[in-house]
Design a protein around this ligand. Sequence first.
Ligand SMILES: Cc1ncc(COP(=O)(O)O)c(C=O)c1O
Length: 287
Amino acid sequence: MPRISYVNGQYLPLSQATVNVEDRGYQLADGVYEVIAIFNGLLVDKVDHLRRLARSLNELRISLPVNISALNFIMNETIRKNRVVNGKLYLQITRGVAPRDHAFPANCKSSIVVTVSNVSWPSRDESKQGCCVITAADIRWKRVDIKSVSLLPNVLAKQEAIDASADETWLVNEEGYITEGTASNAWIVTQNNQLVTRQTDENILAGITRKTILKLVQEEGIEIVERPFTVIEAQSAKEAFFTSSTALIKPVTSIDNVSIGNGNSGLMTCALIDKYFEFMENLTENS
Ligand SMILES: Cc1ncc(COP(=O)(O)O)c(C=O)c1O
């Protein structure tokens, strides 16, 4: 069965799903996106993802080409047509097609693309396997709170991780603080069991998984501190992990080849993985 994607009003096999060469997303990275996990047939944290999408669009003065109920229909229909039960949905909206010029075009209809693909999510035990992180300079633009398709620095930094046989790169700003990962938010657990993650501002993407975890840990009485932390502090932390819609919660057992804690996935991290799986297993249509 060919994969079906939605492109500007049509459901098409992927091989025929094309965009105009003058689409501003293609030529100028003038667009935004969301990636939403599909777990047991349901979109994880759909409401929050659509809220962040609306914010990104608003910041860039791009309008949603369809209304929200149509967008919901399109997402569900793309999932249904592909018979995806566990997977991920990619949604991209660009400013649209216009003769190439930096200035916003007049009367340009925004473009929308939705694709879905299968993902075999890890089991809880598989999720608890540790991974390695390296660090690199954060050379991105100053509005990474907008989930824009302009991802070249993230692409290069992620490739650095792969080249170093690591799984993710944590980006470090000019003051020596870790901002976030190339496609994830960064967390540590300090020696006195504080859970620390950087506050949301223009220097990081406000991760939806991050937000859900903060909500889940509040019920556990864990002390949470939202503040920046350095590479040295992360390397001497008791535990470290990163989060995203597709990585879920990933324990970090080394940063730049320095072991974290006892070199195994942390106890709090593993407890949070259990909690997050419970959350996903109890999703409802409107979550
Ligand atoms: C730069 C960056 N930070 C954080 C995240 C995590 O966000 P979310 O939890 O919404 O997937 C992502 C996800 O793609 C990302 O690209």
